[in-house]
Design a protein around this ligand. Structure first.
Ligand SMILES: [Zn+2]
Length: 448
């Protein structure tokens, strides 16, 4: 073969079907060849030192611009992403105006400031957004439209947001079904939470478990039943985002021929309020809430069996403290940098996932689901050379002092084993030895 631009040699390559000791050769930003034995000649060679080489993680679910200006957040979140071995991130963006107006500006900001590639999902905020879905698909290639079913009528009275209801979900699914789009759902019946939450809050509790008790699992599962049925009726592919309640696995396929697609989050697999509560307090507040360890084990099993397709973080850049008032603290948590280390530490090291499983749920499936697997999600010839070299045995106790990011995460205080040494995006090193290398090269990708 002709001379390569870059070769990463002597590593344990985790390809879609097999794992083998060998090398990966890169030309013009793409994977040109993989193999064992002697690597081809190259302009630059990186000695993998026998470490594990994975495809860059594909993060299916984050938020940008919630507590920081959008452009600042693109830069800091994408930097945290590549520091943690993530090379594609997918924000659920939100605006009140037509996305035809704001989307071009996002493309500009990402091109100027993002270290990783970006796929934008759009949040449906009003009827205009629903009507314009085919235009968003045509003009920007957007495949995925999110409905915050926790913004149903009476529950958002105090928020400056137009409420959504099941009718909006029905219409959105009809629109998405026209082009095999994906309707993404925050499933939580907040009309019930409206009663369960004040009862716990009135007790005066401040422990993290109180937040879990305030938003019971059956509220999630009730909505999953309804949405599974609507997805069946409309013929729309739909995904339950950030599923915390393991009972949702059965609910997603109970009444229908074609089950809902399921996404869970790293923190639902690895952080449990009854154990972590004293360590992380209000840092662990989010919706839906963290649940217990037995539930977490069922989610791991769902990932192994294929019942749960993907795993994300729902990352929101924000500064919170364990001592913040539980009821007044913002919901949502950072975590994009620690996602891959947590999956390696609690998943692979503890025998819950093989390296092959990890690549499937954290790279390949999200790339397939959002129609970018022609370029992303696996180590295979022709794909973008997005790669992460991992030291499986490096151990750190997670805190802002031991990570690249400045935020406290739900893993705060946990001993985590397995960290990226080096991240490559498009054939170029973007993170090495704890530091960002080179200028931002991210782009917003179109879903095919
Ligand atoms: Zn979210």
């Amino acid at each position: 073969m002709p001379r390569a631009d870059l070769v990463i040699r002597d590593c344990l390559v985790v390809a879609p079907e097999t794992t083998f000791r060998g090398w990966v050769a890169v030309r013009e930003g793409r994977i040109a060849a993989v193999g064992d034995g002697d690597p081809p000649p190259a302009e630059e060679a990186i000695d993998g030192g026998g470490h594990v080489l994975l495809p860059g993680r594909v993060e299916p679910h984050i938020h940008l611009g919630v507590h920081y200006p959008f452009d600042v957040d693109v830069e800091q979140t994408s930097a945290s992403a590549v520091a943690g071995g993530t090379t594609v991130m997918m924000p659920h963006n939100r605006a009140k105006v037509s996305y035809l107006e704001v989307y071009p500006r996002w493309e500009h900001v990402v091109a100027a400031r993002s270290y990783c590639d970006v796929v934008v999902h759009l949040q449906i905020q009003n009827r205009q957004h629903i009507d314009e879905i085919p235009l968003y698909r045509e003009r920007f290639g957007v495949l995925c439209y999110k409905l915050h079913l926790d913004y149903r009528a009476k529950a958002v009275a105090e928020l400056d947001i137009e409420p959504l209801d099941d009718g909006d979900a029905y219409l959105t699914m009809q629109q998405c079904a026209r082009f095999d789009g994906l309707c993404a759902l925050h499933c939580e019946d907040v009309e019930i939470v409206r009663y369960t939450l004040p009862a716990v809050q009135l007790s005066g509790r401040q422990d993290l478990q109180a937040w879990t008790d305030a938003r019971p699992a059956f509220c999630e599962v009730a909505d999953i039943h309804t949405m599974a049925y609507l997805s069946e009726v409309t013929g729309c592919r739909a995904i339950v985002l950030h599923m915390a309640a393991a009972d949702g696995i059965d609910a997603a396929r109970k009444w229908v021929r074609r089950p809902l697609i399921l996404e869970t989050l790293v923190q639902f697999l690895t952080v449990f309020p009854e154990e972590a509560g004293p360590r992380i307090g209000a840092i662990g507040k989010m919706n839906p809430p963290l649940r217990d360890r037995a539930n977490g084990e069922r989610l791991w099993a769902g990932l192994r069996s294929g019942a749960i397709a993907t795993v994300g973080t729902d990352h929101i850049s924000c500064e919170k403290n364990e001592t913040d008032n539980l009821w007044r603290a913002t919901a949502g948590m950072p975590g994009i940098e620690v996602a891959l280390p947590l999956l390696l530490s609690e998943g692979v090291h503890k025998g819950r996932l093989t390296l092959q499983d990890l690549v499937r749920v954290a790279c390949l499936n999200p790339a397939r689901l959002y129609h970018i697997d022609d370029r992303k999600g696996s180590i295979a010839v022709g794909k973008d050379a997005d790669l992460v070299l991992v030291d499986m045995y490096e151990e750190r106790v997670v805190s802002p002092g031991t990570t690249f990011s400045k935020w406290k995460t739900p893993a705060h205080g946990m001993a985590v084993r397995g960290w990226p040494k080096l991240t490559i995006k498009g054939g170029r090193v973007v993170f090495r030895n704890g530091e960002i290398v080179g200028p931002p090269t991210g782009r917003i990708l179109r879903s095919y």
